[in-house]
Design a protein around this ligand. Sequence first.
Ligand SMILES: CC(C)(COP(=O)(O)OP(=O)(O)OC[C@H]1O[C@@H](n2cnc3c(N)ncnc32)[C@H](O)[C@@H]1OP(=O)(O)O)[C@@H](O)C(=O)NCCC(=O)NCCS
Length: 230
Amino acid sequence: MVGTLVMYIVKFFCNTVKRTNARPKRLIQKNHAELKNHGIFKLQFQIRSYSEVINTADSKQKSVLTSKKISESAVYENIYKVFPNDLNSYGTVFGGMVMSELDRIASVVAERHSGHTCVTASVDAMHFLGPAGQGDILLFYASVNRSWHTSMEIGAKVLADNFKTGEHRHIISAYFTFVALDENKKPTDVPQITLETPIEKRRHTEAGERRELRRKEKEDRHLSRQTYGL
Ligand SMILES: CC(C)(COP(=O)(O)OP(=O)(O)OC[C@H]1O[C@@H](n2cnc3c(N)ncnc32)[C@H](O)[C@@H]1OP(=O)(O)O)[C@@H](O)C(=O)NCCC(=O)NCCS
């Protein structure tokens, strides 16, 4: 009797381990049918084990929903060829055009990461490091640096590529904050980030510092409006 029971337990444990990565709900249905053929003690043992299978599956599903790799949403080397209508009166690339392109590309990253429509909440530290000219090829890069509850910081940069000389120049860097909106246009939760590389970890930390600054600036703006009765 005891020997048979031990045999059942070992057999069941092996089956459970084998099937944990399969479809747990079907596993439960199938094994509930099997349970009816055996004693109460085995029933209790199996139900406890099945609840572990369900919990494992649920937590795996939750982590898939709440965390995504940066590479899943990043834009690498989006190419824009500069033509005469992209230039300002000095013959260099019009900054507003580059900002607009960057905003579009960063919004693609935010929407891919969150799975929601996103709006630009703020843009900070947009630095024009050097000019680009006619004939240059602009290379846009953008990726999520960090996500919080409903907002995400997207880091973006643009290189100018001179196809004759092969020279690459870093012309702009910027940080965008996007907020994901639900179908009622209310801020909604976004997935967290799975950090994979030292660069991603550094950007993640720095994004936290910038968020602190943004929060402080917001408080200052609020205080100043109160002070001047605006
Ligand atoms: C962005 C917007 C949705 C935020 O709405 P809100 O009512 O202030 O929302 P909340 O105060 O609940 O904040 C929601 C999130 O936005 C972030 N946020 C709000 N204002 C921000 C700002 N100026 N900079 C950065 N993040 C900001 C908050 O930190 C919060 O992030 P978290 O949930 O990750 O912690 C709202 O201000 C808006 O619709 N702005 C216009 C956006 C737009 O039209 N952009 C295109 C311009 S042409």
